[in-house]
Design a binder for this molecule. Structure first.
Ligand code: 4NP
Length: 157
């Protein structure tokens, strides 16, 4: 069996948006019966080793998903050799990743909402400094992105 396609989601802190994107893709892939390897990381290092933000955990739990075991980590150049896709949640993080990418990196680098018809170039807004409703918007965005990515991975199979 070849390795399943692998996707790394990257936001700033790895406690709000990218863990939710990871959970959304895992869930969509499971429903579709497609083996996918998903992970997430942050460009910043403030939350390394920490579980997702309680508000992100609550939104996931409301959808029946437990992300309490996820732990924050910082993205590294090696990730560009290990993953097929590195997917940024916003343009600031995309720019950081463009600089981090090593010459021998193989991962395709994209913005999550590039995978959603009509939303190319759009960002998933940072919900960290807002209220709980921001996390519902995050969930809707990452779900749409995960569905689009899943279609891409299914076609590439
Ligand atoms: P995330 O949100 O990038 O979606 O995980 C943030 C989490 C933490 C911080 C900023 C954004 N922070 O400044 O600590």
């Amino acid at each position: 069996m070849p390795n399943p396609p692998s996707v790394l989601f990257v936001c700033l802190g790895n406690i709000c948006r990218s863990p939710l994107a990871e959970a959304a893709l895992r869930h969509a892939a499971e429903r579709a019966g497609l083996a996918v390897s998903a992970d997430s990381a942050g460009t910043g290092d403030w939350h390394v080793g920490e579980p997702p933000d309680p508000r992100a955990q609550a939104v996931a739990r409301a959808k029946g998903l437990d992300i309490g075991g996820y732990r924050g980590r910082q993205v590294s150049p090696e990730d560009f050799r290990r993953f097929d896709h590195v997917v940024a949640l916003d343009r600031d993080n995309l720019r950081v990743l463009e600089r981090l990418r090593p010459a021998d990196g193989v991962a395709e680098l994209s913005l999550l909402l590039d995978h959603v018809a009509g939303r190319a170039g759009e960002q998933v807004a940072d919900p960290y400094f807002g209220g709980a409703d921001g996390f519902e918007t995050t969930w809707a965005d990452v779900t749409a992105g995960a569905e689009g990515l899943l279609q891409l991975l299914t076609r590439a199979r």
